[in-house]
Structure formats: structure tokens, C-alpha cells
Design a protein around this ligand. Structure first.
Ligand code: ADP
Ligand code: ADP
Ligand code: MG
Length: 687
């Protein structure tokens, strides 16, 4: 076994590899970008080497710097994790040339599976069933159009070099093909540096079931069963589970055999995953093979009791596989939920910001949390927005699902938009509980899953209002304290003990009439509230009616109140622009509206459309002066290696296009000046 390895990755997976290495007594070297100097993965490793500036191209994708770091620190092997250089055959070869072991398959195996087109040709020859489609060399529009017609619509356009759901577009008919090809090709070129495309029959309501395989260099090969990864958004997995619900052992054995046939056909070594798409009738077809560890590998670890990173290291060091097929068995059921910094309400757009508050439930036999971030960390545009993975295990699917619901409910995150509430809604959904899952699940149940479907209850909105008002009171009290307005016994006027949070119960001191206006935004719902402070109690007037509050106090990041006779204790975290309330196993985020600022912004903005994040304008789809209907695609922005379509917010006119294709834009930059039909002046939002 190795005595020292370099971890060529960051975040959650780098931390996870470090954890196994430590258990095995292997020393670790972390590499990091300038942005990650104090990141968790760096602190978990024994040594660390800075390899370049924040952009991945200059750091985590800088193979030369990484190999040099491994040589400098005397490592024997490099574990690439996933993403970054993990499926880069050139990097695998560079490691070998430098006398380092690349923890992964031989470069040739990476190459044959790196191109989905070539992989499908290989699998076809090896007798593995593949998805019907076109995976030829010719890429001209006429050939692709003819092939699409032959396959029959709907057709899925895929980047041959693709991964992570990028470079994929559905064309439901010939009229959509041109745009789908152009957009997939552009995204593929920018994300993978390779615009080659393939076409597949787009299957309706299939399941994604994949097989974890392992091979050593002594001719042994096993599969570690399947994972069902059908819960996806943007063609990317968000919740995975093992075993796959309803898969019988005969089918499992057939898929396992097909996966091993695929691995043998390319002389595989190490960990790999063969992904199949399973049609409603149970027939399965090869989709692609990922020649690395998979993001969702922990669910397999939970049901087999094996450590797959340990297996990888042993195989890479030349040992035989730790277990033979007949020694592997499935025990219980596991789920993994991927927690992303993203905004489900904005089509899962990646989000950035500072993790002002971050708290996960405690790990144990039933719950594992793989994460690479800590409170105070910045989520930047440079890297994948995945924050953590919550992995749960129990004897049955239902018991494990309940644990997932509980674990998600116990997470507290403020400062950055996340999919936490969305994941919670999926996990709690009756159709998910009934295992009625396929890749269309999220689309189909969208209305039940998005935050707007679940506005915060009035009691929670009242807590948010009280928290803000009490915070103002607290600020005022501490100002008084500083001003020395203290009574001789050291207490404030009107309270027995200044340290007791109950001391802040009489916020009316702030304001003559004890009336405080609070303006919040909960999803698409605006809440204009008034908190009236009376001696001994409050009244919170919400749009839906008034709530009596017998008493309320705010502590450091907590709020406690007796609302309409019921006492509630919650976490309340105030950041610059929002207040987050964590109560009763749910997160609620309210944007704080400053009425004057909102009015000023609306005035300045008119009907403009702004860049949701820094990026590059790749295409402008409309001409200035064009009248368009609501929802018409206007402009395509590429950010975080994905294309985002900026659409008309309403029926109206494109007054001015402010950037030409190729322009780099800052977050918030006005892209298009847009006049909404029939609107003359911006809507007035008064205080
Ligand atoms: P998998 O195929 O392993 O289930 P996905 O397809 O969702 O997972 O995503 C894998 C890809 O996403 C990787 O190849 C990488 O590009 C990116 N990725 C996801 N999470 C991370 C991460 N924490 N660090 C680096 N890359 C990541
Ligand atoms: P990636 O390399 O991005 O993971 P995949 O080829 O594995 O790309 O496809 C990602 C996801 O897209 C699949 O998990 C599946 O949900 C969906 N998908 C892929 N091919 C098809 C298809 N032919 N029909 C329907 N859905 C598909
Ligand atoms: Mg895939």
C-alpha cells in the first residue's frame, strides 16, 4: 500500500478521500487554488501545496503543477477524485511518465469511454444493448437531420465528451433540431473543449440505473450492485438510492453481467460505473461508462459496508480485489441527497455568496455527511456549487426515507440560496415515498416541489418580523448601553436583567407609537407587515390577519415567541439582505425589502433584464425593436459552464441590446432594456 498520496481535487470529495487515507495510515497532500488556501480539504490533509489562481483552468485543471506538487512532496500516487482531471487520459499518462500511480483505470480505458460515441460503438460490438441513435463521425447538419428523422422524434442531442448533464438538448420535432444542435455544441465546446455530438432516441419516463463495478489487474472483476439515480434536474442527479426499488435479483444479475462485459471489453481496472437507461418495460440500454468514482458512491458503501476509496487505493497499489462477488451482499437501503448552492425557483441556477450560517445534524450509524465547506466559506463561480451530500441508511426504504426527511429538516444554511427545501419536498413527496420514480419526476411534480408552492405559514412570517424588530431594539439597547444609560444596579430601565433576552421584550421604547413596519419577500409573495409593540405583548399584522404575541425575545441567532397561544423556538439568522428562520424541521428564507431602496431600484431598472451571475453573452436571439411574447428567449448567457436563457419577463418590446455576443458581463449587468407592453412608468412601490 502507498505511504503518501496527493489528492488532486477540492471540496467534499477531497475531504472524503483524506478521511479514508487517514484511516489507512496514508499521508495526504492537498493541492489548492489561491481561493482555497484555508479550505477544509486543505486543513484535513497532512501537507498542502498551492497550485495557482482561483479559476480551475489555472489550478485544479493544471496537470503539470499537480504532478510537480506530487514530486516535490514525495508522493507515490495521485487520486483525482471526480470532475477536474479524473477522466483526462493525458493526465493519467503524465502521472505514469513522472513515476506516479494514477488512481484510476489505464489511459486507454479512459479514452475509449471518454467519447460517448466511441463507447457506444465499442459496446455495440461487445454485445451490450445500447440506446438507439446516431453516433457516427459525420457532424454536418444534413446528416444529423436525416439521422434524427430516422431515429424518430423526440431526439436527445448529446455532447460526445459530455458529463454532469451538460451539452444535452431535447428536440421534440425537426423545427427544434437546429437550435438544439447549436446550443449543445456551444456548451460542449466551452465545457469540454469538444463540440462533437451524438443523437439518441429520447425515452419518455425512463429510469437511470447504474452498476458500480471494480476490476483489479489480476483478472478479477465484480459489481457492487446498482444505484437508482432517476431523480434528476437538468439531466443531473440530485437524489440517488440503492438498491433500485423494484429491481428483482434476476434483472440485477443481468445488468451486473452486462456492466462487467462492458468493463472487460476495454481492459478495465479500478472503480467504474456503467450507466443504463431503463425503459418502462424493464429493458435496459447502455448510456455511458464513467471511468472514475461517482459522486453518489456513498449509497453503495452504505448498503455493502465497503469503503470504495480504500478499494481504489488497494487496486491501484496492485493488490487483488478485497472481496469476490459471492462475498458481496446488499444490506438495507440508502439514499443520498446532493445539497447545492442553487435556486430551484430560478430553474436551479447556481448561486453564490457567503455561508453566513451553516449547521448540519450530527453524523452517526444512520447518517453520513460528506462536505467540503464550513460556516464563513464563500461559494464562488469558480467551482461546482455542490455544498454537501447527506447520506442516510436504514433497514428498509421507508425507514431510510424518513431519516432523509429528518436529516434535511435539521440542516440550517443562511447566506446562500440552496436546494435544501426542494430536497426536503422531494423526500417527503408521496410519489417518492411510493417509489414512483423516473427521470421525469421533478418536472412532473414541479408545482409541489418548488418553494412557491409552499409559502411560509403566518406564524413563521410573524417570527421573521419579530426577529427583525427585536434586532432593531437590541441595536438600540446596546447603543444605550454604550451611551452609559444604565441604572445604578447595572440593568436597563424596564428590564430586570440586561443579559436576559426577555429584556428586549419591550421594543416600544424604540418608537413613540410602538409601530414597526417590516417588508419581506417570501418567494413571489410580498409581505408588508406591521409589528405593534405594547407593554407586555405584541401584535403582528400580516396581510392575512393579525397574530397576538404574548411575549417574544431574540437571542444570538435565536427567536422565541408565544404566538396565538403556542410557544415556538426557532433559529433566526439575519444576513445583509435576508432573514432565515429554521423551525420545526423546515427552512424559510425571507428577503428583507427596504421600501425606499426597492422603489429606487425599480425606478433605475425600468424593465431591464440583468445578468444573474458573471458570464459571457454567447448569443443574442432578438433584434432591437422586436415585439416579443412573454417567455420568448432573448439572449443566451454562459456562466459556470452552463447556458442560461434570458427570457422576456412579459409581453413587450426589446428596446436595446446592451452586449454583443462574446462580451463578458458582470453579475447584475443590464443585458437588455425591455419595455413591458402597455407600461409607461415603472410601478410605484411606496413604503
Ligand atoms: P456522477 O456522474 O458522478 O454521478 P454528475 O454527473 O452529477 O455525477 O457530476 C459529475 C461531474 O460533475 C463531474 O465530472 C464534475 O464535472 C462535476 N462535479 C460535481 N461535483 C463536483 C465536485 N465536488 N468537485 C468537482 N467536480 C464536481
Ligand atoms: P452525462 O455524461 O452528462 O451524465 P448521460 O448520457 O449519462 O450524460 O445522461 C445524463 C442523463 O440524461 C441520464 O441520467 C438520463 O436521465 C438522461 N438521458 C440520457 N440519455 C437519455 C435518453 N436517450 N432518453 C432519455 N433520457 C436520457
Ligand atoms: Mg451520466
Amino acid at each position: 500500500m502507498f505511504s503518501k498520496i496527493l489528492i488532486a481535487n477540492r471540496g467534499e470529495i477531497a475531504c472524503r478521500i483524506a478521511r479514508t487515507a487517514r484511516r489507512l495510515g496514508i499521508r495526504t497532500v492537498a493541492v489548492h487554488s489561491e481561493a482555497d488556501a484555508s479550505a477544509r480539504h486543505v486543513r484535513l490533509a497532512d501537507e498542502a501545496v498551492a497550485i495557482g489562481p482561483a479559476p480551475a483552468k489555472a489550478s485544479y485543471l493544471n496537470g503539470r503543477a499537480i504532478v510537480a506538487a506530487a514530486q516535490l512532496t514525495g508522493c507515490e500516487a495521485i487520486h483525482p477524485g471526480y470532475g477536474f482531471l479524473s477522466e483526462n487520459a493525458g493526465f493519467a499518462e503524465a502521472c505514469t511518465r513522472a513515476g506516479l500511480v494514477f488512481v484510476g483505470p489505464p489511459a486507454a480505458a479512459i479514452r475509449s469511454m471518454g467519447s460517448k460515441s466511441e463507447a457506444k460503438r465499442l459496446m455495440e460490438r461487445a454485445g451490450v444493448p445500447i440506446v438507439a441513435g446516431y453516433h457516427g463521425e459525420a457532424q454536418d447538419e444534413a446528416t444529423l437531420a436525416a439521422e434524427a428523422a430516422r431515429i424518430g422524434y423526440p431526439v436527445l442531442v448529446k455532447a460526445s465528451a459530455g458529463g454532469g448533464g451538460k451539452g444535452m438538448r431535447v428536440a421534440t420535432g425537426p423545427s427544434e433540431l437546429g437550435a438544439a444542435l447549436a446550443s449543445a455544441r456551444r456548451e460542449a465546446e466551452s465545457a469540454f473543449g469538444d463540440g462533437k455530438l451524438l443523437l439518441e432516441k429520447y425515452l419518455e419516463r425512463p429510469r437511470h440505473i447504474e452498476i458500480q463495478i471494480f476490476c483489479d489487474r489480476h483478472g478479477n472483476a465484480v459489481h457492487l450492485f446498482e444505484r437508482d439515480c432517476s431523480i434528476q434536474r437538468r439531466h443531473q442527479k440530485v437524489i440517488e438510492e440503492a438498491p433500485a426499488p423494484g429491481l428483482d435479483s434476476a434483472q440485477r444479475a443481468r445488468m451486473g453481467e452486462a456492466a462487467l462485459t462492458a468493463a472487460r471489453a476495454i481492459g478495465y481496472e479500478g472503480a467504474g460505473t456503467v450507466e443504463f437507461i431503463v425503459a418502462a418495460d424493464g429493458t435496459f440500454h447502455f448510456m455511458e461508462m464513467n471511468t472514475r468514482l461517482q459522486v453518489e458512491h456513498p449509497v453503495t458503501e452504505m448498503i455493502t459496508g465497503q469503503d470504495l476509496v480504500e478499494w481504489q487505493l488497494r487496486v491501484a497499489a496492485g493488490e487483488t480485489l478485497p472481496l469476490a462477488q459471492d462475498r458481496l451482499a446488499i444490506s438495507g437501503h440508502a439514499f443520498e441527497a446532493r445539497l447545492y448552492a442553487e435556486d430551484p425557483a430560478r430553474d436551479f441556477l447556481p448561486a453564490t455568496g457567503t455561508l453566513a450560517h451553516l449547521q448540519f445534524p450530527a453524523e452517526g450509524r444512520h447518517l453520513r455527511i460528506d462536505t467540503g465547506v464550513e460556516e464563513g466559506d464563500k461559494v464562488s463561480v469558480h467551482y461546482d456549487p455542490m455544498l454537501a451530500k447527506l447520506i442516510v441508511w436504514d433497514e428498509t426504504r421507508e425507514a431510510a426515507r424518513q431519516r432523509l426527511v429528518d436529516a434535511l429538516g435539521a440542516c440550517e444554511i443562511a447566506g446562500v440560496a440552496t436546494n435544501l427545501a426542494f430536497l426536503g419536498a422531494v423526500a417527503a413527496h408521496p410519489a417518492f415515498a411510493a417509489a414512483e420514480i423516473d427521470t421525469g419526476f421533478i418536472e412532473r411534480h414541479r408545482a409541489d416541489l418548488l418553494p412557491d408552492a409552499r409559502p411560509a405559514p403566518d406564524r413563521i412570517a410573524a417570527l421573521a418580523c419579530l426577529a427583525l424588530v427585536l434586532e432593531r431594539a437590541r441595536a438600540a439597547q446596546s447603543a444605550l448601553w454604550r451611551a452609559g444609560e444604565r441604572q445604578t444596579d447595572g440593568t436597563f430601565a424596564g428590564s430586570a436583567d440586561p443579559r436576559s433576552p426577555w429584556a428586549f421584550g419591550d421594543g416600544f421604547r424604540l418608537n413613540q407609537d410602538g409601530r414597526h413596519a417590516v417588508h419581506l419577500q417570501d418567494g413571489t409573495r410580498r409581505i408588508d407587515a406591521v409589528v405593534r409593540a405594547r407593554p407586555g405583548h405584541y401584535v403582528v399584522e400580516l396581510p392575512g390577519g393579525a397574530l397576538e404575541v404574548a411575549r417574544a425575545f431574540a437571542g444570538e441567532r435565536t427567536i422565541e415567541a408565544e404566538i396565538a397561544g403556542t410557544r415556538t423556538v426557532a433559529r433566526a439568522v439575519r444576513t445583509e439582505r435576508e432573514i432565515a428562520i429554521f423551525a420545526e424541521g423546515k427552512s424559510h428564507r425571507f428577503a428583507i425589502l427596504d421600501p425606499l431602496a426597492v422603489a429606487a431600484e425599480a425606478e433605475a431598472e425600468g424593465g431591464s433584464l440583468r445578468a444573474p451571475m458573471p458570464g459571457k453573452v454567447v448569443d443574442v436571439l432578438v433584434a432591437e425593436g422586436a415585439r416579443v411574447a412573454r417567455g420568448t428567449p432573448l439572449l443566451i448567457l454562459e456562466a459556470m459552464k452552463m447556458e442560461h436563457t434570458i427570457r422576456a419577463p412579459a409581453d413587450g418590446t426589446v428596446e436595446k441590446v446592451k452586449f454583443a455576443p462574446g462580451s463578458q458581463v458582470e453579475e447584475g449587468a443590464e443585458l437588455i432594456a425591455f419595455r413591458v407592453e402597455g407600461e409607461t412608468a415603472p410601478e410605484e412601490i411606496g413604503p
